[in-house]
Design a binder for this molecule. Structure first.
Ligand SMILES: [Zn+2]
Length: 158
């Protein structure tokens, strides 16, 4: 290798360079592999009980059983889980799970005749947030692009 190749080229902003970006994306890829191999404790617990872990928010965890029914547990433990009753939440859990896990694709939601395009993401499936949050925060439609009109009304304080 020529010595010159080892010297950083400072003519451009080093963080904007192709090489740095390639390194960064390799790092993010590696980190993702690591995460996949060492799942969070809540995911391990869910699988031990026969549930597919779907996502976690600041209140608790959401998972699916084999029949496609969403379950919720507070952060303490899956042992105290309860079925998710709210239709809009069931929609989100199933939408996220069917997109995230190939083997759950049969749970993909079919848009109903009464559905409206999600007013939050305007049908893009992603909330209108800066890129660093857009892919971490789940839209109210669960990324399914549509919601039922009565779920929107339920969100408004009466
Ligand atoms: Zn949406």
């Amino acid at each position: 290798m020529r010595l010159q190749a080892l010297r950083p080229q400072l003519k451009r902003d080093p963080l904007g360079s192709k090489h740095v970006n390639a390194l960064l994306s390799a790092w993010h890829w590696l980190k993702a592999q690591f995460y996949w191999r060492r799942p969070h404790e809540w995911k391990r617990q869910a699988r031990a009980l026969g549930l597919q872990p779907v996502y976690a928010d600041w209140v608790g965890f959401f998972g699916l059983d084999d029949a496609g029914n969403p379950w919720f547990a507070e952060h303490a433990s899956w042992r105290d889980r309860k079925p998710v009753a709210e239709r809009e939440l069931r929609h989100v859990v199933r939408a996220v799970a069917s997109r995230r896990y190939f083997r759950l694709r049969r749970l993909r939601l079919v848009r109903t005749l009464t559905a409206i395009t999600c007013p939050t993401c305007k049908g893009t499936g992603r909330p209108p947030l800066p890129p660093e949050h857009r892919y971490r925060i789940i839209c109210q439609c669960g990324g399914a692009w549509w919601v039922e009109p009565e779920w929107i009304k339920a969100d408004q304080p009466s």
